[in-house]
Design a protein around this ligand. Structure first.
Ligand code: FRU
Length: 493
């Protein structure tokens, strides 16, 4: 693949060529290498002809493209999304004298039905053999897919969550050996429905400030998201090995942008650590109509890798916190521009011309007098292309209900008739808040309130975004604002 094109992300994963959608089968192997598989059409830049592409990384930023891991056996059945786990105790009996056998579960989408299937790997996930007795689960449904498997240690058994997509039902199954599966329970009609449930994840989550864990059921819906197309939602709750009980009846949206879908959590992340996830940074609304295909021969990137945990947040209760995974490691060095106090009405300007096209902006506000703020108070950023005048605007209006917003409507290079250009979310303000913005040629991600509020958006400008302005206005006396802009080193050759 050629990773030099003007739309090509420099710190995010994108496929060498062709079309990519969901992350699949992500696991950390016993040598400390992360494996990312993905829905892949190697022969075109639109969706179809699904394989599992494969890439590996030690740090989740520097990726090595690997040969395709799973290919369909004929032209009418495709390898849809799924997951992978280590089978260290050889419960499956497929591994002789090894503790690092890999079980990969995928949906085979055929002309009449979608079935759950197994492939296994003896070499840490580089090559796979399809199980001789596939399918593992076949119920005759044409809309039954995306198995995500985990080991439930207290019960000494495997658990699978899988979607009856058009019945808005996540089925939970259990298995002693990963081969034979029994129905345990259904989780139906919760939260936003859209028109299909897809790509469920069930994951044990650390709780901020506590030794306890909670469980998270994460469900992607498509189409029919509030902003159009696809979106991810999640349910914090309890899991007893067979049944998931949400803490309440709320619908919680994972990302307030439009380009964070089919998020998957890595398996085999060591216990009690923050969970790590990656999402597909696109939206079925327009994924087949992005300009990267015709211009550069590839379509779709993945989101930043994220660390995740739960926080019991002010007013909203259990909230998924997502922050970029160890992004500091990519900072070239000192900040390109920096202010240790922008004051109530200040401006910071950063010129990133000649950089990789990847950079980040870090803003921290303290000393806010929330009840005394004027209704013009704001902390905003503008990301500009000096070559074309295009802009992405964003920031936070503090007057009234505090609102974080982002607007990609000032980008010319993409005639995107599907797009709602403005996005916003509400902040529950205390006397301090923060946000981080990560920009990478055709993807922007915003993380606010120490990770409670994240947004992922793609955009396709005519010229590289290479200038940042951060501006405070109308803040109270005593408010203090630090702002730093860092260039990020590209990880692709
Ligand atoms: C989600 C999805 C999955 C399916 C895959 C096919 O984006 O529709 O439900 O397995 O994509 O590529």
């Amino acid at each position: 693949g050629d990773y030099s094109g003007q739309y090509r992300p420099q710190i995010h994963f994108s496929p060498p060529q062709g079309f990519m959608n969901d992350p699949n089968g992500m696991f950390l192997d016993d040598n400390g290498t992360y494996h990312l598989y993905y829905q892949y059409n190697p022969t075109d830049t639109i969706a179809g002809n699904q394989h599992w592409g494969h890439a590996t990384s030690r740090d989740l930023y520097t990726w090595t493209n690997q040969p395709i891991a799973l290919s369909p056996s004929n032209s009418t059945s495709f390898i849809f999304s799924g997951s992978a786990v280590l089978d260290p105790n050889n419960t499956s009996g497929l591994f002789l004298n090894q503790t690092n056998g890999i079980l990969a579960y995928y949906t085979l989408s055929g002309p009449t039905q979608q079935t759950q299937n197994l492939a296994y790997s003896l070499d840490n996930g580089y090559t796979f053999t399809k199980y001789a007795h596939n399918p593992l689960i076949a119920i005759g449904s044409p809309q039954y897919r995306d198995p995500k498997v985990l080991w439930y240690a207290p019960g000494n058994h495997w658990v699978m969550v899988v979607s009856y997509a058009q019945e808005f039902t996540i089925e939970i199954l259990t298995s002693p050996n990963g081969l034979t599966w029994s129905f345990a329970s259904n989780f139906s009609h919760h939260g936003l429905l859209g028109t299909q449930y897809e790509c469920p994840n069930l994951v044990e989550m650390p709780m901020q400030g506590s030794d306890e864990t909670m469980w998270l059921l994460y469900i992607s819906i498509n189409p029919g998201a509030p902003l159009g197309g696809s979106i991810g939602q999640y349910f914090p709750g309890r899991f007893n090995g067979t049944h998931f009980s949400p803490v309440d009846h709320a619908a919680r949206i994972a990302d307030w942008g439009k380009d964070n879908y089919a998020s998957q959590f890595f398996s085999n992340i060591p216990g009690n650590q923050n969970q790590v996830s990656i999402a597909w940074a696109s939206n079925w609304h327009y994924a087949n109509y992005v300009p990267t295909g015709p211009a550069e021969g590839w379509a779709s990137a993945m989101s930043l890798p994220r660390v995740n945990y739960l926080r019991n947040a002010t007013r909203t209760g259990y909230t998924l916190v997502s922050l970029p995974y160890r992004l500091e490691g990519l900072r070239g060095g000192e900040a390109v521009a920096s202010s240790d106090d922008l004051g109530s009405n200040g401006t910071l300007f950063a010129d990133l011309e000649g950089g990789s096209g990847a950079f980040m902006v870090d803003v921290n506000v303290t000393g806010l007098n929330v009840s005394g703020l004027s209704n013009t108070a704001s902390v905003n950023f503008t990301i500009m292309a000096s070559g074309s005048g295009e802009v992405i605007g964003g920031g936070i209006f503090l007057g009234g209900d505090a609102t974080m917003w982002i607007d990609r409507g000032g980008i010319q290079g993409w005639n995107n008739i599907y797009n709602a250009d403005k996005f916003s979310t509400a902040y529950v303000l205390e006397d301090a808040f923060d946000f981080q913005v990560v920009v990478d040629r055709s993807i922007i991600e915003v993380f606010g309130l120490e990770g409670e509020k994240s947004a992922t958006l793609v955009y396709y400008p005519e010229a590289l975004l290479d200038t940042v302005v951060v501006r405070t206005s109308g803040l109270n006396e005593g408010a203090s604002v630090t702002a730093n802009v860092y260039s990020l080193e590209g990880t692709w050759p």
